[in-house]
Design a protein around this ligand. Structure first.
Ligand code: SDX
Length: 393
């Protein structure tokens, strides 16, 4: 029997690793970033401060925060030639295809931050990725709607800059609503990291081969795209829209329970959480605030979502399977109310998760021993046999 559980630092053959960044207690529904609970960070901190915490392990002093924010702010622009990548895509390309392509192409532009053996280059790549993802995602949005790309502005905070690049048009001034910016910032924080989820494990595995940081993050973007992972926020809103009204909820709940029906309740369930996803609780509160602010609290999608949550949480099947709403259940409702098309939900998730991916990549490369990740298998195929000539088959 093969030794499928040998330990090799960085990425064991079981596909797990040691990390000091994020802690999840699935039974309690607890999520800590470097020891700090997610609900406190969502309420009291802000995304760039959370980025600093995830990257360097401690909350920054005022001076450290000012320096970090300045470095990020001064890397938000893309090389002007990168604009050409966008015109190569069809206008109706899914923005995740565009984001995946453009992020991977960053290695063709930022040669001075691709040598992973140089700590300084790793640091510059980290800042560039956190700084440029909002611009890359916003430009994918603008390209898809046929509007001119809007450049980042250094006088705006991170979330406001993203909203401005998404919704400003040259024809008229655009003032970012500070409450929407706060909600956007909070959504970024809630998605920042989540220990060894599928896309983070993908980034670690790619990084363990020595691939450049931009290729590794592009791999993470590709993995996140799936509807079982980051694509769930788009799939969840499309499901709520398909359900359409509360009287049709039982039909969908029954389908989700039917083992012969591949339908899953999008935004429900989690491999690790067997309790409420703490991010979903904060997201639910944020959804109410944003919809109230926008005067759409009677949004039918929110009514369906709240009733679906109530029914599902009372249903014996969901109780027995310990299925609760996850981070993707409410985020789509907020993003739609803010004016984003559903195709942009997962790119926004990718934007926010970039700091988690790159923090874990950084942590892995700072380990004393580097070994390529090499998950093993339990072989279930044919046993040894000799070749058979075609005449005898
Ligand atoms: C994210 O890993 C991460 O941390 C991911 C993430 C992150 O921040 O990176 O949290 C982000 O991806 C959140 C999840 C988003 N995906 C969805 O909302 C899609 C819908 N959810 C399901 O596809 C599902 O819940 C998964 C994929 C999330 C988890 O699936 P698992 O690993 O099969 O879950 P499980 O083993 O706990 O399932 C227990 C049972 C299973 O039935 P049995 O095999 O025991 O008979 O519950 C069933 C599942 O089939 N089940 C569901 C269900 N989710 C699980 N049944 C109906 N509807 C669902 N949503």
């Amino acid at each position: 029997d093969m030794d499928v559980f040998t330990y090799d630092p960085g990425f064991t053959s079981t596909g797990s690793c040691e990390s000091a960044i994020t802690f999840i207690d699935g039974d309690k529904g607890e999520l800590l970033y470097r020891g700090y609970p997610i609900d406190q960070l969502a309420e009291k901190s802000h995304y760039l401060e959370v980025c600093y915490l995830l990257l360097y392990g401690e909350l920054p002093t005022a001076a450290q925060m000012e320096d970090f924010e300045s470095r990020v702010t001064h890397h938000t622009m893309l090389h002007e030639q990168m604009k050409n990548f966008y015109s190569g895509f069809r206008r109706d390309a899914h923005p995740m295809a565009v984001v995946c392509g453009v992020v991977g192409a960053m290695s063709a532009f930022y040669h001075d931050s691709t040598d992973i053996s140089d700590p300084w280059q790793r640091e510059v790549a980290t800042i560039r990725l956190i700084a440029k993802l909002p611009t890359i995602v916003a430009w994918a949005f603008k390209y898809s709607v046929g509007q001119p790309m809007v450049y980042p502005r250094n006088d705006l905070d991170y979330a406001s800059n993203f909203l401005h690049m998404c919704f400003a048009v040259p024809a008229e001034p655009y003032e970012v609503n500070p409450i929407l910016a706060r909600a956007m910032d909070r959504i970024f924080t809630l998605h920042a990291d989540h220990e060894q989820n599928a896309s983070t494990s993908t980034v670690r595995l790619a990084g363990s081969s020595g691939a450049n940081p931009f290729a590794c993050i592009a791999a993470g973007v590709a993995c996140l795209w799936g509807p079982a992972h980051g694509g769930a926020n788009q799939a969840c809103l499309e499901m709520l829209r398909e359900i359409g009204s509360v009287d049709r909820i039982p039909e969908y709940v029954n389908r989700a329970k039917d083992k012969n029906d591949p339908f899953r309740l999008m935004g429900f369930g989690h491999r690790v959480y067997k309790n409420f996803d703490p991010r979903a609780k904060v997201m639910q509160q944020t959804a109410k605030e944003v919809l109230d602010l926008l005067g759409v609290a009677d949004n039918p999608l929110l009514q369906v979502a709240q009733e679906l949550e109530r029914i599902a949480l009372e249903d014996p099947y969901f109780k027995e399977k310990k299925l609760y709403p996850n981070v993707d259940f409410y985020s789509g409702i907020i993003l739609e109310a803010m004016g984003f098309p559903t195709e942009l939900f997962t790119p926004i998730f990718a934007l926010a998760r970039t700091v988690g991916w790159i923090s874990q990549w950084k942590e892995m490369l700072e380990e004393p021993v580097q070994k390529i990740g090499r998950p093993r298998q339990l072989y279930t195929g044919a046993t040894y046999r000799d070749y058979t000539d075609v005449e005898k088959r």
